[in-house]
Design a protein around this ligand. Sequence first.
Ligand code: AMP
Length: 283
Amino acid sequence: MQVIDAEHELAEQVQSWKYHNKTIAFVPTMGNLHQGHLSLINKAKELADKVIISIFVNPLQFDNNADLSAYPRTIDQDLALLMPLQCDLVFIPNAQKMYPNGMAQQTLVTVPDTDDKLCGKYRTGHFGGVATVVAKLFNMVQADIAVFGEKDYQQLLVIKKMVADLSMPIQIIPAPTLREDNGLAMSSRNQYLTEAQRQQASGIYQVLEQARNKIQQGDRNYPQLQQDAYAQLEQMGFEPEYFDIRRAEDLELAQQGDMELRLLVAAKLGKARLIDNMACNLA
Ligand code: AMP
């Protein structure tokens, strides 16, 4: 497993693989790897000859400096976790090399209709930062496919739209959310939770499941279901930002007659901001 921090070394390796007709799959991450990340890497391994993982805590996507500096950076632990997976290359750029002229001078990729809904509304500039770094990484890595987790469902749609709108020659593959036994979606941010809060945090999954069950049993009063789920989260001790029932395809508010829905939630618990989502198909 090669560990590379220089863009030109990455380019040389990629060029050589392409010369030998190897297909390349890419898994971008911010590190502090857990089983959820590893499941993406395993999927990538099934789909291509070579797998590249990037580890980069992207300052451009943080709207809050305290959040950025607190984000867990555990490179040695990450490399130890990656070793048995036999992935081919880990790319670990640094912020100075990614944004040599500073973030204020950086050309940005803007995906429309994202800043006014769900996480976009609560994290100013977040998805512009995500789209920009992913576009940059795609250009550096030149992969055939990239695997993204459904855990960050809005992010997955933002990336898919960017790729379609800018005709980027890469295929985006979604991968399902890995959860703890109690239903809590695995996340680097779960580290901010105490043991008791980790148990409490499974409430998010329970509330998602309950709302989905009600819809599947015929309840179509989406505004009321959203309100009830939000209130339930508050009763459980969360500080919810949103609990929304949306159309899976474009994350517009769900209407009667929509068949493929996505239930999405963001809620704070102690020091952690947790997000989760669940599919609800009525077909
Ligand atoms: P992050 O390091 O949080 O930026 O995540 C890197 C990739 O891993 C993204 O595509 C995430 O959606 C994905 N991911 C994060 N948590 C999980 C999880 N619990 N299950 C599956 N994929 C995940």
